[in-house]
Design a binder for this molecule. Sequence first.
Ligand code: ATP
Length: 257
Amino acid sequence: MAEALLSVRSLVKHYGAVQASDRFCLEVARGELHALIGPNGAGKTTALNQLSGELKPDSGEIYFDGQDITPWPVHRRTRMGLARSYQITSIFDQLTVKENLALAIQAHNGHSFRFWRKAGDDPATRREIGPALERVGLEERATIPAVSLSHGEKRQLEVGMALVGRPKLLLLDEPYAGMGPGGAVELTKLIRRLKDHVSILLVEHDMGAVFSLADRISVLVYGRTIASGTPETIRADPAVREAYLGDETPAKEGTDA
Ligand code: ATP
């Protein structure tokens, strides 16, 4: 088997008496969308925080793109292409879509000292804006102030800003939370588009979205991965059904966009 893009080996994390990660293991292959699911309190956020570098594991290792990144701080992981969607850059409401993307590009290229200039002034930034807009389907909205975007479009912009750094793996933390049905359909389309550009680890409670998007799914219960496999395998796994999914498992095709 080809080397995994992300290989998480036996992470342990305690909060006092609570063991939030209990020899947590995970393999994300290059090019795949891997979903991490589990009941409330299973340790998904704790796992993500350790992957992004915000939280230090008590023990265990994280390999990313062939390197042991376990001791690395957040910014070094981000630079290497491991990006969490929400923390990249927040949207500036008064700036246009294009200007927001330009700021993300400039920040990523290390030109944050130029923030006082009009965003998008330098040629390198201008070159990157077109592809950045296209990746998230916001070409038509380029000159609209971010404040006027719909909730769904704001999410698109956010992900577009995350993609600006050309990450190798995007960590998406419950992107469907608080979305209405219309927004959710749009978001599913967007994530499908993103899949062509980047590997994705998706933590999500919306089982319709997970089963329709994921190439593989890992199930976390009490801090441990109890199963990992294709949606079909996971749907049929008796241990998963007993521990978590039960009757929640969506019908064969899941929710589709
Ligand atoms: P949810 O799906 O509800 O967001 P989760 O799967 O993300 O849950 P975590 O938030 O990682 O789970 O929590 C795992 C366990 O660790 C839970 O028992 C939680 O109460 C505990 N926990 C999380 N953060 C802390 C903390 N800062 N201090 C103490 N206990 C914590």
